[in-house]
Design a protein around this ligand. Structure first.
Ligand code: NDP
Length: 314
């Protein structure tokens, strides 16, 4: 283990929550250090057009928005580093956080903004065809399916967004939806249902994928368990998951309370966790809103709370 580094404020994560916390913490002279994690910029870097972030009336791409946030944090002196938290010890202040299994940081205050990661169905075929037709990011991999048929699993806003994005590239997009309705917002539902290239397969579940070396099709079941249950096969080259996310809270769990789905519990209306001086912001603590703008808002709150905590401590 390398020598300990002692800092006032450690920010973990580089989505809108982490970068906003870094902007506020650096402007409050906390000299924050931010570790970006495995996916610098977070989930928004895998999004195409962001149309609902205030201040960008024409929309802005996810990567561009995150790049701007990073630059804004750097402008005020935030120390932004590449690295992943591999262990934590919050038994006493200053709290100890290990980076990449080698470096230990001792921090007076911590802002956890590690976000959430895409979920998979849990089918063995998802691993078998990983990188060979299975993806959880249409904007990253959609390009490979030009004029070819694909499927998107899920019926939420993410699934609709991915389906619409893919419909501009692929020859046909199936949406595999387990319920008889879409959960997405009305506007997204309308766009999907009216799109000539998108076919929504309601009440369908995926049993497995087929194909020699790469995905060539999917075996589905319609109305599983009902008297009219039916097996369905679709020919597809790409299989995209869009069924929600898992909060990245595992490494903090020995110390930080989470709910049954792993979302960090905060004192309602605040970013405070059960450990004094440790705050949580963004999707890792938000099962409800999960928006870039709400994540940014909670990152701001966390930095203000950290600043007040450090002042009170002195
Ligand atoms: P959601 O949790 O909203 O939707 C997940 C979808 O996947 C649901 O249709 C769900 O089905 C389905 N699903 C979950 N597990 C399985 C499974 N094992 N098998 C089959 N289907 C499954 O997640 P999203 O990622 O879509 O959205 C998360 C949040 O982010 C939401 O609040 C959403 O509004 C927001 N969002 C907003 C956007 C925007 O405003 N531009 C863009 C993207 C997301 P079921 O309904 O049956 O549970």
């Amino acid at each position: 283990m390398t020598t300990n580094e002692k800092i006032q404020c450690l920010i973990i994560g580089s989505g809108p929550a982490g970068y906003t916390a870094a902007i506020y913490a650096s402007r409050a002279n906390l000299s924050p250090v931010l570790y970006q994690g495995m996916e610098p910029g977070g989930q928004l870097t895998t999004t195409n057009e962001v149309e609902n972030f205030p201040g960008f009336p024409e929309g802005i791409t996810g990567p561009e928005l995150m790049d701007k946030m990073q630059k804004q944090a750097e402008r005020f002196g935030a120390d932004i580093r590449f690295g992943r938290v591999t262990a934590t010890d919050f038994s006493a202040s200053p709290y100890r956080v290990t980076i990449d299994n080698e470096k230990v940081i001792e921090a007076q205050s911590i802002i956890i903004a590690t976000g959430a990661t895409a979920k998979y169905l849990g089918l063995p075929d998802e691993q078998k065809y990983a990188g060979s037709g299975v993806s959880a990011c249409a904007t990253c991999d959609g390009f490979f399916y030009r004029n070819r048929p694909v499927a998107v699993v899920g019926g939420g806003d993410t699934a609709c967004e991915e389906a619409l994005y893919l419909a501009n590239i692929a020859s046909k997009v199936y949406m595999i939806v387990r319920k008889p309705f879409l959960r997405a917002s009305k506007i997204m539902q309308e766009r999907v249902l009216q799109h000539p290239k998108i076919e929504v397969l309601f009440e369908h579940e995926t049993l497995g994928l087929t194909g020699e070396k790469v995905v060539e099709g999917a075996d589905l079941v319609k109305r599983r368990g009902q008297t009219d249950e039916e097996k369905v096969h679709i020919a597809i080259d790409g299989f995209f998951l869009a069924i929600g996310h898992k909060p990245n809270s595992e490494v903090f769990k020995p110390w930080i309370e989470t709910d049954e789905n792993g979302y960090i519990k905060t004192i309602p209306g605040t970013p405070r966790t059960n450990v004094e001086g440790v705050f949580a912001a963004g999707d890792v603590a938000d099962p409800h809103y999960r928006q870039a703008v709400s994540a940014a808002g909670s990152g701001c709150q966390a930095a203000i709370e950290a600043e007040r905590y450090l002042v009170d401590k002195k």
